[in-house]
Structure formats: C-alpha cells, structure tokens
Design a protein around this ligand. Structure first.
Ligand SMILES: [Zn+2]
Length: 224
C-alpha cells in the first residue's frame, strides 16, 4: 500500500488495517541494550511532555519519563525481545487424552500499535494433542509474550496459534480473542460498549463440528 500523506496514515490507524503476521521489527532491533533503550526513550518522553507545556520540575511529573521508559521496555513492550519467549517444553500425553483441551478466559493486556492505547480482553485457546501436551500456564505465558508488543488483534491471534502449533507439533490449534480497544472506547468514535472478536482455526478446527464444540465450551459460564 502506498502511503503518500499524513491523512492516509491517520486513516490506516483508525481503520486498524494490519500487515504481516510477524511483528514488523527492524534487523537492528536489539542492537541497543535494554538500559540504553530506557535512557533514549526517557529523553523522548521528557521531550513530549515538555512540548505539551508541562513543568517537569513538578514533584508529581519529574519521575514520569523514567517510569514510562522502563514500563515500555521491561513491561508492556517486553515481549518484543526474543529472550522473553516462553520455553518450548512439552510433556508426553500419558493419559492418552484424545479430546480437545480448552483454556478459556486468559486475560489479555496488549497495546494497539496504531495509537499506543491499551487492548484489554480475554483469549480462549484449544488444541487436540498429537502425542504431546503443554502445561496449562504455558498457554497464558504465550498469550502474554505476544500481547506485550505493539499489536493488532488479528496478528496477536495468529501469533498465538502459530506458536502453539510449533510447540505442540500439530496444526490442531484454535484461538478466539474478545477484546476492548481503548482507542475505540475512549477516543475517536468513543464507543464504550463495543468489543472486537478475532479467531484463528488450524487443522481439525477448520471443520464445522470441531469448531462448534470449541465455541460451545467457551460459552460455558464458569463460576467458582
Ligand atoms: Zn488503535
């Protein structure tokens, strides 16, 4: 797509048009250490706040550039760094459990890459074992790793499925995400009620019955 002026760039942001399934990282993405990145971003955040006219000598504001820089690098965008990728350990499916396993209501905290505002929601994941299984918390960790990046929800959904397919050695993986985008809820169109649902169905989940079964499970109202 050719982008030739600022108007188009804005339009792409509000339309949330995604690109490839891989996060668009530059080749030199990890040339700087995390502490070098924090120092650089700190100066940038300070510049933004000062440009807005804020007095950074104020007690309440003076720690903000450092706080935001650390949060970007170590927390909300920490999943850009391959070192943070959850280990790929699996276990043998000793029980010979042959049905689908569903983990639902996994909390998603991510950041919209078009506005740098939060995406908050739930992910539901299912797989059918091909001989190996993963620990349940591994699925939460995979969701969290890919969520901690500037994201578009479609890409996040695909990245989670691809990762689990690779770890488990099977195509039979599915993911549904239902999330609120603060860029839609709190600004722009300001629709507080709307949420966005994305799904990716691999292997057996492409068939109607298997997909139906998964979607029925995630509708179950679990209360403890
Ligand atoms: Zn957005």
């Amino acid at each position: 797509m050719k982008i030739d002026n600022d108007f188009n760039i804005d339009a792409i942001g509000d339309d949330h048009i995604g690109s490839a399934s891989d996060t668009p990282l530059r080749k030199d993405a990890f040339k700087l250490s995390n502490s070098e990145k924090i120092e650089s971003i700190k100066a940038d955040v300070q510049h933004i706040l000062e440009t807005l006219g804020l007095d950074l000598n104020d007690d309440s504001l003076k720690g903000t550039p450092n706080r935001v820089a650390k949060m970007f690098v170590n927390e909300i965008f920490g999943g850009l760094h391959p070192d943070k990728k959850p280990s790929a350990s699996t276990f043998e499916n000793k029980y010979k459990y042959g049905e689908m396993l569903v983990e639902k209501n996994i909390t998603v905290y991510s950041t919209c890459e078009h506005h740098l505002l939060p995406i908050v929601g739930k992910a539901h994941i299912a797989y059918i074992s091909n001989g190996s299984v993963v620990g349940l918390s591994k699925m939460n960790r995979i969701v969290d790793y890919y969520a901690k990046r500037p994201q578009v929800q479609e890409r996040l959904t695909i990245q989670i499925v691809k990762e689990l397919q690779e770890v488990l050695g099977t195509e039979d993986v599915a993911c549904v995400i239902d999330a609120k985008h603060l860029c839609v809820n709190s600004r722009g169109i300001r629709d507080v009620a709307s949420s966005t649902v994305t799904s990716e169905f691999g292997g057996k989940f492409k068939t109607k019955e298997t997909r139906r079964e998964f979607l029925d499970y995630i509708k179950l109202d679990t209360e403890f």
